[in-house]
Each structure stands twice: as structure tokens, then as C-alpha cells.
Write a protein that binds this ligand. Structure first.
Ligand code: SF4
Length: 271
């Protein structure tokens, strides 16, 4: 059984060779200090929200880190209905860092919902994002996180696709702007499409892995024209640095434009 996550699906789709370097050859990559700091901040926020959901005190942490305290307070003020006490309502199940697993072909998917609120006829997946809301909601609607999280919930519960939804909250404050949210509903057509796309992608992956294991072929590289290599940590190994830096007049802007999605593909951290 091969474990896969939504971020790995994204990499397979973008560039199978990158998946080979990262997950078959286990080549280490390093994040910049700035990137690491953003990840650490995100982990602290998730931990705080989980502690709060469990009814544990969070004051000692928010006092040490006033910025995170400000974000938590603004989030709770913006969406009080989300945090209304539910302990007296035994019709509602809610859990922070709720894990679910699904076996699909020879692959094992594990998803972790930052918060799951399950009522008799509806279930909401909530996810905290600690980067700014993307300009285009289509990008996040089409992300493997959205698609896989919804798919797994329907496949592992009695809810129909029409009864589940996923909401992202972008919790890091920017000036006076309150936290923003994006909600995606779901339906049978989307569910079928995800199943079809997963089936196709995983068949391809199994085929590539088999040939790689037999030593006959590496996994395919993305086309240079996709402009993904210039910001990739494996550009030298793939012999792509020369072509992209020399031929791409937009090297600097492409790199910064790719940075946000790269942050977003990082797996959920199990706390
Ligand atoms: S440099 Fe390009 S081809 Fe190589 S792994 Fe990265 S994205 Fe893929």
C-alpha cells in the first residue's frame, strides 16, 4: 500500500519527475528560513485552534505571541457561529484535526480536517489557511485538497455529495481586513469527475512506478514551456536551469507567482 496525500497528487499532475525525486528517491529539499517561519506560524495557529476546540486554555500562548492572538480573536469575532458551544447538542459531532483514510486502488489516502462539523443531514469541512486568499477562487476549487477532502468524506460516510461542503478560512490579518472565507458546495457530478480523474492519474502513476522500479524508465518531465522548472529545486539535476534562466524573460516574476501555490501544497500537519 503506497501512501499518498493531496499535495503529492498535485505534484504528480504537475511534474511526475518531481514526484520521483521527492518521494521515490527521497531527495531532501530545504525551505528558506522565511518559508520555515511561515510554516511554523501555521502550525502554531492550528495547534491553538485545536486546543481551543478541546476547551484547553490558550491564553499563555497568545500572550507570548500577540500577533497570533490577534488573528485568533479576529477569526472568532468574524465567525462566532462557528465557535458557538455545541456540547448540549448531541445531534452535532464536531472534532478538530479529524482524520479519515481511504484506500483507492493500491493507494492509501489520509486526510486531516482542521474542523469537521457533522449534523444529521449536512457535514462541513473547515480548513484554516495562513496565507492570503488567492485572487482566483477557481484555483482553490480545482485544487486536489478541495477535491480529495470532499471525495473522501462522501466515500467514508453516509452523506450524499449534495450534503457536504468545504470552507477555507484565510485567517492571517492584512491591515484592517477581517479574515476571509471561501465555501465550496459539492454534487454527484463533481464526485464522479474526481473519481474518474483519480482513477486515471493513479493508473498512470502505477505504470510509471513499475517501469521506474524495473529500471527501464524515469518518470516523465514537465514540458519546459510550462515554466515550472525555474522555481523548482531540482532544476540542476534535471538539466533545466540553463534553458529556463536563459530563455525565460519573466524569471523573477514567475518565481514569485509560483510561491503561493507552493506554500499551499504543503501537507496538513498532524498535531
Ligand atoms: S526541474 Fe522541471 S522537470 Fe525537473 S523536477 Fe523540477 S519541474 Fe520537473
Amino acid at each position: 500500500m503506497f501512501r499518498l496525500s493531496q499535495s503529492q497528487l498535485k505534484i504528480i499532475e504537475e511534474c511526475p519527475r518531481k514526484f520521483q525525486h521527492s518521494y521515490l528517491e527521497l531527495l531532501a529539499t530545504t525551505a528558506s528560513p522565511e518559508h520555515q517561519e511561515k510554516l511554523a506560524w501555521g502550525s502554531r495557529f492550528h495547534l491553538l485552534m485545536q486546543q481551543r476546540e478541546l476547551g484547553l486554555p490558550i491564553a499563555s500562548i497568545t500572550q507570548q505571541d500577540p500577533e497570533i492572538g490577534r488573528c485568533v480573536a479576529a477569526f472568532i469575532n468574524t465567525a462566532p457561529e462557528l465557535f458557538a458551544a455545541s456540547e448540549h447538542n448531541d445531534q452535532i459531532f464536531r472534532q478538530a484535526e479529524h482524520p479519515r483514510t481511504l484506500i483507492f486502488q493500491e493507494y492509501l489516502f489520509t486526510v486531516i480536517y482542521d474542523l469537521l462539523i457533522a449534523e444529521p443531514n449536512a457535514a462541513k469541512i473547515l480548513d484554516w489557511k495562513t496565507y492570503p486568499r488567492p485572487q482566483k477562487s477557481k484555483w482553490i476549487a480545482e485544487s486536489w485538497q478541495t477535491r480529495l477532502y470532499l471525495y473522501v468524506l462522501v466515500e467514508t460516510s453516509d452523506y450524499s455529495p449534495e450534503q457536504v461542503s468545504m470552507t477555507y478560512w484565510f485567517v492571517q490579518l492584512r491591515g484592517e481586513e477581517p479574515p476571509q472565507k471561501l465555501t465550496f458546495s459539492y454534487n454527484q457530478t463533481e464526485h464522479d469527475r474526481t473519481k474518474q480523474d483519480l482513477t486515471h492519474l493513479l493508473h498512470q502513476l502505477s505504470d510509471w512506478r513499475q517501469r521506474y522500479t524495473e529500471g527501464t524508465e524515469f518518470l516523465p518531465q514537465v514540458e519546459i514551456s510550462a515554466n515550472l522548472c525555474d522555481s523548482c529545486q531540482f532544476a540542476t539535476r534535471c538539466n533545466r536551469r540553463q534553458e529556463t534562466t536563459a530563455s525565460s524573460p519573466n524569471f523573477a516574476t514567475e518565481t514569485s507567482a509560483n510561491w503561493l501555490p507552493n506554500l499551499a501544497i504543503i501537507d496538513e500537519i498532524s498535531i
